[in-house]
Write a protein that binds this ligand. Structure first.
Ligand SMILES: [Zn+2]
Length: 667
């Protein structure tokens, strides 16, 4: 217990174990699931009092687990013993207390999630009760009107005598008085897909009545019990990480009664009905976005996409083995709403842009690189009757094909083109400073300048809307260690100060922290990620723009720029061990535009062929006025993270704190 001081007493679980006389190997396996689900918690500020027989050598020893002797007693008595134990051990007094049955599973990241909420609640509970049937490997979600037994109570409430019998709240039957007690308190209902806990309904569950006195299973009773829940959908394999579930399934697989096809048909109808009336039944449900359980310590690859622990250290995996980026993809795309909701949103937005732009020469701004996304967006804008001012930012690295493409697009669509050419000498110095500094995101320079240029033009022409080609379908996944905040001017300045050759930078378009706030608060500029709101398929988009706008392919994402290609196909993989195609292809897997097998095949293709590499390397070095030996030497210099330089992170932190104080919300 030497680390005891390090654990904060935020959460205390009370786990009454099954009496010794009733235990069997399956109940033991399910009990271990429960403990495993606690030990998996990302948040470590918890303890659990386990009420059972006298401490045995076989008990898991852990600084979070406290064993208290209380075998073969009714559950309420056990809870009472636990409360007494806490009052005689004041060092255990928690902020919150939770009852937990010895076969249920606490969602692995629930504690850390609520701990990170900006406010504390009196009670946290599940509005949607999630049950797992380990025998048939099914799961069901049901919105129930009552607070389940397993809920997180503030300790001060839990120990309060109240209700008609003036009994301690925690010891009361859960659906009796809890609702009226918490009616005027602050309660937190867990989001549908991230419940506090999963209830396991096995024939051994206390409530099932699936066992007779001799521990024989009465299947009729148990199946009737299961039928009172549901509809049941397939359990995601993520849960097989809990051995108990798998074990129960394996043991009963040969013995369980076969459910008639009609039962499953009816179940399916129930499921569809619930979908239709939006009763919040999600196929795959929580498992797809199940919570992150661990920070991997050894090699692990995502079960869906191409990312592995070798690609980035900023990656975690959930119990399905799905990486944090796939989970992120799922959550951002589902937040966008249904196709109908998205269509409604973008249609309203188009009307708003047109209305505000009435009488003006342009109603929106559109940045164009000549790539697929921005080209398609130009086509879309024109089709929808918008009048964009097309802005192209030339950082000196445009391929001839890109220049031709952009000119072509604007001519064909009859759009006004506003090209901004950067001061090459300055830009070259900045790029070389980044190269010498060994920071990863060399593209931050261009992206920052584009952002600054577009904002400046928007302010000048008093255009509030910019159309943005960013889309989750192809760009949501990007390991955090591969890029840095593009808007951070402080970082660019500091890197240049330390690794530049001292030439003054006067004309490079940039946005200071203050300017960003002014643009946001006073000019109310709004950037619209159009492609997220329409059906966007990259291959179809390519086909369309090739046919309609005679657009020609570059043979790689962002290869419209010679530098981008050299950076992604040589500097990143050779110096940083990063192959950006992996993120891009992973994204296409998530949006179901390619299969994992196709993605792996694509990844096998070489980034450069020898001849092409020679030509492009020579071109890049000539443009940078760098000798080959010098470049090769720089490529071997130490790497640094962007965070080793000044950043605007602290300023943003203070700003958000201030907003919180003013009770404003930054959207
Ligand atoms: Zn993944």
């Amino acid at each position: 217990m030497q680390n005891k001081g390090e654990i904060k007493n935020t959460f205390l679980f009370i786990v009454p174990r099954m009496p010794v006389r009733l235990r069997n190997s399956l109940r033991e396996a399910l009990y271990h699931n429960t403990i495993q689900s606690l030990l998996n918690q990302k948040c470590k500020n918890w303890r659990a009092i386990i009420l059972g027989e006298k401490i045995k050598v076989s008990d898991i020893e852990n600084e979070h687990l406290v064993y208290v002797e209380a075998d073969d007693l009714p559950k309420t008595d056990k809870l009472k013993i636990a409360l007494d134990y806490i009052s005689s051990h004041p060092e255990l007094t928690p902020e919150y207390i939770i009852r937990l049955d010895a076969d249920d599973i606490i969602c692995p990241q629930y504690l850390s999630k609520i701990e990170n909420l900006s406010e504390r609640y009196d009670l946290y509970y599940d509005e949607f009760h999630v049950c797992i049937d380990p025998v048939y490997l099914k799961i069901s979600y049901r919105k129930n009107a009552w607070i389940a037994n397993t809920a997180i109570h503030k300790y001060v409430h839990a120990i309060k005598p109240c209700g008609p019998h003036n009994e301690v709240l925690f010891l009361q039957d859960h659906d009796a008085f809890w609702h009226s007690y918490y009616a005027d308190k602050k309660v937190f209902k867990s989001p549908k897909l991230t419940p506090l806990y999963y209830r396991i309904l096995s024939p051994y569950s206390i409530t099932s009545s699936g066992l007779d006195n001799n521990d024989h299973i009465n299947w009729n009773n148990h199946l009737a019990y299961l039928n009172s829940y549901g509809p049941w959908i397939s359990l995601h394999s993520s849960f097989f990480g809990f051995d108990g579930i798998k074990k129960v399934h394996d043991v009963f697989e040969a013995h369980r009664p076969k459910r008639p096809a009609l039962y499953w048909l009816f179940n399916r109808v129930k499921f569809i009905r619930d979908r239709l009336i939006r009763h919040n039944i999600y196929k795959g449900g929580i498992s797809v976005r199940s919570e992150v359980v661990k920070i991997p310590t050894e090699y692990q690859e995502c079960t869906r996409c191409l990312l592995t622990t070798l690609d980035t250290s900023v990656i975690t995996f959930d119990i399905a083995g799905l990486c944090s980026y796939c989970n992120y993809y799922e959550s951002v795309t589902s937040n966008l709403g249904t196709v109908a909701e998205r269509t409604k949103w973008i249609t309203a937005k188009i009307a708003e842009i047109k209305k505000e732009g009435h009488g003006k020469e342009f109603d929106c701004i559109l940045g164009v690189s000549g790539g697929v996304d921005s080209t398609f967006l130009s086509y879309w804008a024109k089709e929808n009757g918008l009048r964009p001012l097309v802005v192209h930012f030339d950082n000196g690295w445009n391929s001839e094909l890109a220049t031709a493409n952009i000119r072509n697009i604007c001519e064909k669509l009859g759009l006004a083109l506003n090209t901004h050419v950067i001061n090459w000498e300055e830009f070259k110095e900045l790029q070389l400073a980044y190269l010498r500094a060994g920071v990863i995101d060399m593209e931050a320079l261009t992206d920052h300048a584009i952002m600054a240029t577009i904002y400046e033009i928007a302010a000048k022409h008093k255009i509030r809307f910019t159309l943005n080609g960013f889309n989750f379908a192809t760009e949501a996944i990007m390991p955090k260690s591969w890029v840095f905040d593009k808007s951070d001017w402080e970082n660019i300045r500091d890197i240049y100060k330390k690794f530049g050759k001292g030439k003054k930078i006067n004309t490079f378009p940039h946005l200071t922290f203050k300017q960003k706030l002014i643009y946001y608060w006073f000019l109310k500029l709004e950037s619209i990620q159009v492609l997220n709101y329409i059906e966007y398929n990259k291959e179809e988009a390519k086909k369309l723009i090739s046919e309609k706008l005679s657009w020609r392919d570059y043979g790689g994402k962002h290869y419209e720029s010679v530098f981008t290609k050299f950076y992604q196909a040589y500097i990143l993989p050779v110096r940083f061990g990063v192959d950006k195609r992996k993120a891009h292809l992973s994204n296409l897997i998530c949006s179901k535009q390619i299969s994992k097998k196709e993605a792996l095949n694509e990844l096998q293709k070489p980034l450069y062929n020898e001849q092409e590499f020679r030509v492009e390397k020579e071109y890049v070095l000539k443009k940078w006025e760098l000798k080959e030996e010098e470049f090769d030497k720089i490529m071997k210099l130490p790497k640094r993270t962007h965070d080793e330089f000044k950043t605007e992170k602290k300023l943003w932190g203070k700003y958000f704190n201030l907003l919180n104080i003013l009770k404003l919300r930054f959207k």
